[in-house]
Every structure is written in C-alpha cells, then in structure tokens.
Design a protein around this ligand. Structure first.
Ligand SMILES: Cc1cc2nc3c(=O)[nH]c(=O)nc-3n(C[C@H](O)[C@H](O)[C@H](O)COP(=O)(O)OP(=O)(O)OC[C@H]3O[C@@H](n4cnc5c(N)ncnc54)[C@H](O)[C@@H]3O)c2cc1C
Length: 417
C-alpha cells in the first residue's frame, strides 16, 4: 500500500466533522475526511423512499442554536416552522397547548382546559422570564437532574408528567428527565426564542449545505477507520494513512474503540430510539404540530404529521406520519400496538396507514447526564496531533456537534501555526 499523507485527517463526516473541516478549509489547511458510510450527515440523514423524505429518526432543528446561526445559511435551508405548542393526548383526546405569545386566540380558547393546572401556567411564565437571556448552555447554573430542577422550580408532578416528560423526554431520548438541567435550560430557551423547524427538503439539507462548501476531493466515503494513533490512522482495509493532525469526529463509543488503550476500557452508554414512518391519503389534522403522549402509556412518546410542517416530505396528495418510541423495543407486534395508539390520536384510519419504514437507532444520543465543562479549544486535544469532537464533547445536539467541530478546528489551527 502506498501511504497517502494529508496534513490533517478528519474521521467522520457527521455535523462535527463537517463543521471542523469547514473551518480548516477557511484557514487554508489541507485535509481529508474519512467517512465509514456512503454519505455525509452521520445521525442527520434523510432517505428517499417512494417519493417520501424520511429523516433517519424524526428530529427537529432549532434556529435559535447559536453555532448553527453562525455557520448555516438559513434562507437556503428554507426552514418550515412548527406550531408553537403541542397537542397532548390526555383523558382520551388530544388537547391543545398553545403558546399565548404566538397563538393568543388558541391559547385563550384553551385557557380553561384543566390539562395545565393554573399554578403551572404561572411557573411556565416565570421560567420563560428567567431563561429569557440564555443564549448558550448556562455552565454557571447549578447542575441537577432536569426532573429535580422542574420540581424545585415549582412545577407540579401532574404537569411534569403531562408535558415536560414527553416533550423533553423526546429530546433527551430518556423519560426519567435525568439529563442535566443546564441542557434543559438551554433547550427551553432555544425553543422559546425561535421555536422549532424542519428544512423544507429534509434534515439532510443541513450536512449537505456544510459539505457543499468543501472540495469534493477532500472526501473518502466507505472508508471506516479501524485504529488511530498520533501520526497515523489505519483503515479497515489495512491502508495506513499518515497525518500530522488527526481529528476523531465519530460518535463517543466509536472514538473509544478507535483510540489506543493500555488496559480494559469501559464503553460509554448511549440512548436508543425507534421511529416508524407511515403514509396515508386519508384526511388528517392539518396543523404542523407535535403530538405528545401525556398519559405515559406509550409505546409512542411523540408523533407528528411531518408533511404538515413541510409538504416536500411527501408526494402530492399524501401525508407522512412519524411515530417515535424511546428505546429499541423488540416486540413482534410493535407495529400493531403503534397503529392502535395512533388510532386514538388521529382516528381509525391509522389502521390502514401504509407502513413505509422503521428506523431503530441504537446510539441516537450518548448518555450525558452531566454536561462536560470543556469550553476551550484545549478540551479537543487528546494528545499532541490527536483531537476529538462530536456532540458528546459539548451539549448533545446539533448545536453541540457544530460547536465542538469548530473548537477542534481551532485547536488544530493553533497547533499548525
Ligand atoms: C433520532 C435522532 C433524533 C435527534 N433529534 C435531535 C433534535 O431534534 N435536535 C438536535 O439538536 N439534535 C438531535 N439529535 C442529535 C444530533 O443529531 C446529534 O447530536 C448530531 O448529529 C451528532 O453529530 P456528530 O458529528 O457528533 O456525530 P455523528 O452524526 O454520529 O457523526 C459521526 C460520523 O462518523 C462516522 N464514523 C463512525 N465510525 C467511523 C469510523 N470508524 N471511521 C470513519 N467514520 C466513522 C459516522 O458514519 C458518522 O458519519 C438527534 C439524533 C438522533 C439520532
């Protein structure tokens, strides 16, 4: 084998690897990206199935994310907003929870609905005021579990269970709400500030936009790395690549596998998620809104008629529905149980919906109960010439992935001078 010698090797073309490469390119540095799969995006990818666009696991993009604001061209993403609020399934029907600032008429109409106890309405207002100025993860804030934070703030168990648990449980991919309150505060502020959206043509538009700014020849796809050490990396094919700087931009468990170890290693835990996509041409509600399991029976935690948010997700005359289940249940009658539950939310036509595809994502998010306090570029340096980035290095989100990619690039640039 003839060893190739890029100045910098980036392993992984997810959002963190792409953000890192983008900054290296801007600094005029020479790099190659080695990606195990056949394309860019990592956990943010969209498949085309029978004219539908299926994100690999339903997810949303928060335009308030500071790193994303800086890096992405929002106009080109053509972001389509969700309704500010949610429909919560409780006591046998979907009940609307509307943000009074954005949908005052609807909020007024549902003001007397006992879904939200009065004291929780008041505490929601206080929380919004409290977190109004939050623009990044508030690392100075005392860290506790989100559930404890909400209780200490004054929210009732009833409201936590009906709203916070399914809503933030869906975002954290865990319903115990054991994720850091700092992460909660950040995400709450982001939702409050600019709401949530989907790019019109699918989540894949985000990594595609980042990749479009990089030279095509800088990518090597279907090139999984099998080991990494300062100065070189080895691909699964046995090819050895020498590089002065190597950036590990994989998921956390893969980074642990790739790095040299002197003793036994503890594999990091991750959280899994299952997403079932269905299609129908039958009439369905038309609002671009997220529906939540407010009674905690499951198995679906949240669902959405995705084509109501962006019609480009489905062919003309069709609707696309995403039903998300936390974890990776293996029961053989899962589809039937999901249809039964969806029939109680959206009507009996759910029994006839066409099943398009089910995604089971075993490492949707790393288990990051405590956020790492790695704020400086130095945190990206593993050893001289070896760097890491990825959502697990920052806050677990699209924002964290972009931010940590840029920080790794800063560290490489600083040591290349
Ligand atoms: C279903 C789901 C829903 C989500 N919902 C949201 C949401 O609503 N909002 C939000 O902000 N975030 C959400 N997230 C989280 C967000 O998508 C991730 O935090 C972010 O995309 C992580 O990017 P990354 O670059 O750190 O890692 P990854 O996207 O995992 O990228 C790592 C890359 O490395 C490649 N790779 C792995 N091993 C190797 C190897 N040996 N050699 C070469 N390449 C390798 C992988 O193929 C991949 O392309 C969600 C994630 C999932 C899965």
């Amino acid at each position: 084998m003839v060893p190739s010698t890029p100045e910098i090797a980036v392993i992984g073309a997810g959002l963190s690897g792409l953000a890192c490469a983008r900054k290296l390119a801007k600094a005029g540095l020479r790099f190659k990206i080695y990606e195990a799969s056949d394309g860019v995006g990592g956990r943010v990818r969209t498949d085309h199935v029978d004219g539908f666009r299926l994100d690999r696991g339903f997810q949303v993009f928060l335009p308030g994310y500071p790193a994303a604001r800086k890096i992405l061209d929002y106009d080109k993403l053509d972001l389509r907003p969700f309704f500010r609020g949610a429909d919560v399934f409780h006591a046998g029907s979907l009940r609307r929870l509307a943000d009074p600032l954005h949908h005052p008429t609807q909020a007024l109409r549902h003001l007397w609905d006992e879904l939200v106890p009065w004291r929780d309405k008041w505490f929601t207002l206080l929380l919004r005021l409290d977190l109004r100025g939050v623009r990044e993860v508030p690392r100075a804030m005392t860290e506790q579990k989100t559930e404890d934070f909400l209780r200490d703030f004054g929210f009732s168990d009833v409201f936590i269970d009906r709203f916070f648990r399914p809503f933030f449980g869906g975002i954290f991919t865990e319903k115990d709400l054991r994720t850091s309150s700092r992460m909660f505060a950040f995400l709450f502020a982001m939702f409050d500030r600019d709401g949530s959206t989907l790019p019109a043509a699918g989540m894949q538009s985000i990594p595609d936009q980042l990749a479009a700014g990089l030279p095509k020849e800088s990518f090597r796809f279907q090139c999984p790395a099998s080991a990494v050490a300062p100065g070189h990396l080895t691909l699964e094919t046995g090819e050895v690549i020498k590089a002065q700087h190597i950036v590990l931009a994989t998921s956390e468990d893969m980074a642990v596998r790739l790095l040299p170890h002197s003793g036994p290693t503890r594999m990091p835990h991750s959280r899994s998620l299952t997403c079932m996509y269905f299609a129908t041409d039958q009439p369905l509600p038309q609002d671009p809104i997220l529906c939540l399991d407010g009674c905690g029976r499951g198995p679906v935690n949240h669902a959405c008629i995705v084509s109501n948010v962006s019609p480009d997700y489905a062919p003309e005359g069709q609707k696309l529905i995403a039903a998300s289940i936390l974890g990776a249940p293996s029961s053989t009658d899962l589809e039937k149980v999901v249809r039964d539950q969806m029939a109680t939310w959206y009507g009996s036509s759910a029994h006839q919906w066409r099943h398009l595809r089910t995604y089971q994502i075993r490492n949707a998010q790393p288990e990051s109960r405590q956020l790492k306090v790695g704020d400086t570029p130095a945190s990206a340096i593993l050893s001289p010439g070896l760097y890491q980035c990825g959502d697990y290095c920052e806050d677990v989100s699209i924002n964290g992935a972009l931010l940590s990619g840029e920080r790794a690039a800063d560290a490489v640039i600083a040591s290349s001078r």
